[in-house]
Design a protein around this ligand. Structure first.
Ligand code: TYD
Length: 140
């Protein structure tokens, strides 16, 4: 599984740092939604779902956390510890966010509005979903 991690351009000067993110330029999709998590309780694991078509960029703009990515065949753990790093999470990827530092703020840029029907929240269902998709590609 290829992990796509962006290192955003930092506009730093004597006053401090600034990062600007533009859709289709710094972010490979139209940004239709932004949400963020903070005050995450110790030992909590968030996410635990996949999306059928949503694309996202995760940025830990303060503090740190870890992201587990799982495509049904392979798992990768990606630490997010810098406000200038963005992790691309495409569709059909099971994700879990965990080991949040108490000060962590995890910002998510999403390609679609919130749509519960795009979620796969059951891991066995996710494995079936990706395996069915692979079979249909092989049959083509
Ligand atoms: P949830 O999906 O449990 O968060 P995660 O899986 O990323 O840890 O979302 C928590 C609540 O917030 C749930 O009631 C749905 C709501 N929510 C929205 O209303 N809009 C959104 O864009 C998101 C991501 C969640």
């Amino acid at each position: 599984m290829k992990v796509i991690k962006y290192s955003f351009q930092i506009h730093g000067d004597a006053r401090g740092q600034l990062i600007a993110l533009e859709e289709f330029k710094d972010i490979p999709f139209q940004i239709k939604r932004v949400y963020y998590m903070y005050d995450t309780v110790k030992d909590v694991v968030r996410g635990k779902h996949a999306h059928k078509s949503l694309q996202q960029i995760l940025i830990c703009i303060h503090g740190k956390c870890k992201i587990l990515l799982d495509n049904g065949q392979e798992k990768k753990i990606v630490p997010l510890e810098k406000p200038y790093e963005g992790l691309f999470v495409g569709n059909d990827i099971w994700r879990e966010m965990y080991e949040f530092s108490p000060d962590a703020v995890l910002l998510v840029l999403a390609s679609e509005l919130y749509d519960e029907s795009d979620y796969i929240r059951d891991y066995e269902e996710f494995l079936e979903f990706v395996s069915d998709k692979k079979d249909s590609v092989i049959k083509k």
